[in-house]
Design a binder for this molecule. Sequence first.
Ligand code: 0RA
Length: 641
Amino acid sequence: MSDYGADNIQVLEGLEAVRKRPAMYIGDVGFKGLHHLVYEVVDNSIDEALAGHCDTIDVIINEDNSITVQDNGRGIPVAMHTKEKRSALEVVMTVLHAGGKFDKGSYKVSGGLHGVGVSCVNALSSAVKVEVERDGKKYEQEYERGKPVYTVREIGSTDRRGTTTTFKPDHEIFTILEYKYETLANRLRELSFLNKGIHLNLKDLRNKDENGEFIQEEFFSEGGLIEFVQYLDMARTPLIPEPIYVEGERDDVQVELALQYNTTYNENIHSYVNNINTIEGGTHVSGFRRAMTRVFKSYGEKNGFFKKLKFAISGDDFREGMTALLSIKVPEPQFEGQTKTKLGNSEVTGIVETISSSALSNFLEENPTAARAIMGKVVLAATARHAARKARDMVQRKGAMSGSGLPGKLADCSSRDPEVSELFLVEGDSAGGTAKQGRDRMFQAILPLRGKILNVEKAMEHKIYENEEIKNIFTALGVHHRDDKSLNMDKLRYKKIIIMCDADVDGSHISTLILTFYFRQMKELVEQGLVYIAQPPLYRVSKGKDFQYCWSEEDRESGVDRLAKGGNRDSVKIQRYKGLGEMNAEQLWETTMDPDTRTLRRVTIESAVEADRVFAMLMGDEVPPRREFIETHAKYAKIDI
Ligand code: 0RA
C-alpha cells in the first residue's frame, strides 16, 4: 500500500458528465462553485502535506483571475499507467475520482465537500497547466476543457520537487469569474488552523496596495485549534487563562478539540470532518456533548458545586459561554443532511466521547482554579436558564391565548400562504406608516420596530424573551424555540422576511442589530435563505416630469447625464433620500417594495465560523478588536456574512 505507484490509480469515468451537469459536482456555477475549484486543488496538496511530504502551499490569484496552486510535495507521478497506457498524471487529471481519493490506504484523509477531485476542476476550466517536478526533472501537460493538448512531456531539470497547477475557470460554465481575496483568505486561514504546521500563502496579482506591493498573506499556525479558538474569541473575554486542549486517535479516527469559556451567554460549537465544516453537526458532535455533560456533571456533583440549586442541572448549562472547536479526521466519512454537512458514521460517537471524557476529567482534576471558575459560570447559567424558560413560556402562551395572538403593531397581509407572504421589518413608526400605505396588502405584512432593538450578543437569554420588539417578531412569524433552541419552522407564517432600514449610518446599525438577532436566535431562517435586506434608493434625479431613482453615486452621475442630454447639468434636480420617511407611499412601493422592480439582497452565511467571529466583534464588549476590524474593513462598503 505504501509503495504507491502509477498502477494504483483507479480508473472510473469520463469528464463529459461534469460539463453537462456541473452543479451536481461542485454545488453551483456561481460564486460558491467558482471558489470551490480552488479548494479542490488545495485539498490535494493538503493531503500531500498530511502524509508528511509537503510543508508549503502557495495560492496565487493571477491577473486574469486564473489560479495557481503550488506545493513542495513529491509531485504527482508521471510514469506510465500500465492499464490505462498513459501517464499517471494524465489519468489523475482526466479521470473522474482518480485524483482526490486515489485508492484507500494510500491516503488517510481526503478533503473536498464533494470529493470530486482535480479532474473536475480540469473539466470545468477553459485551460489548465500542470507542472510536476520530481527525480530531478520537470514535466508538464496542458488541457483545454479537460482534454489533454499534448502528452506529458519532460521540459528540463530541476532541484526542487512538487506540483504546480494553474487553471482558468471556464466562462462557458461559470456565471461569476472574479475571485474574492477575502473568501480565499478565510478558507486558507481556516485550513492553517485545522492543519497545524503547514505554510499556506496567498498572493493577489490583480491589485497592489498603497505601497505598490501585491497583496499577500501567510497563514501558518503552530498551535492549531488552540489558536483557532483564540482567533474566534478575540473579541470575547476569556474565563480561564488557556483553552482546554484534547488530542487523540483511535481506530484510525483522529480527534482534536479545543474549548474556551468566555463571559458571554452564547454557545458556539464549530465542528469539522476532514477539514469540512459540518454545520449540521453529527455523530462527532454528539460524542463531544455527551462527554461534556457526563464529566462536568459528575465533577460538579462530587465537589459540591450544585448543592444550593433547587432544580436539576442540564447539559446546556455546561455550554453557556463556551466556544469549542472539534476537528476529526475519518478515513471514510458518511455525510448526511440537507447540505451534506452532517456526519453519519455511528462508530465516531463513542470514539470522540471516550477521548474527550478522559482528557476533560484530567483537565478538571489538574486545574482546580479553572474548574471552579467554570463551575461558577455553570451554576449561574442554570439559574438564568430557569428564568429564561419562564420568559419564553410567556411568549408562547401569549401566542396561544389571545385571539389571533398577533402583535397589535403588525399590519398583517390577507394571504395565509407562507410561500407567497412577506414580512417587512421596518425601522420606526413613521416609515412603518408609509410602508402600510404603500404595500400590497394581499401578501405583504408590515411590522414597525421602535428604534434600536436589543443587542442579543450581550444580553442574557431571559432579557431576550422579555424584550417587547423581539416578542413581536416571534409572534408575528408564528415561531418559537423548542427546548433545544431549534425553531418550529412548520409554523412559519412568511417565507420572505425583509429588513427595511434607512440607507444611513443609523439604519445600517439597526440592520446589523436585527441581523445579529436572526443569526443568533433564528439561524434556521438565514440558513434557508429566507432573510433579505431591502435596498431603498439613495437619490431621485429629475428634470421636469422626467425622473429616475439611483442606488449609487455612479447611478446618480449617469442619471444626471441622461437627463441633461449633454446640456446644462445644473437645471437637473437631485433629491437625496436620507431616510425611508422622505419617500411617499407610492415612491416606497415602486422603488423598494414592488417585486417587479425592487432589488432585495439575500442574507447568506459564507462561513459560519467567520460570521460568529464578526458578530462577536461588532456587537460585543471589547473595543480594540472592533476598532481594528472596522479599520481593516473600512474600504469595503458592506460587511458580507
Ligand atoms: C500519490 C503519489 C505520489 C504523489 C501524489 C499522490 C501527489 C498528489 C498531489 C496532488 C497535488 N499535489 C500532489 N502531490 C503529490 C507520489 C508517490 C511517490 O513518489 O512514490
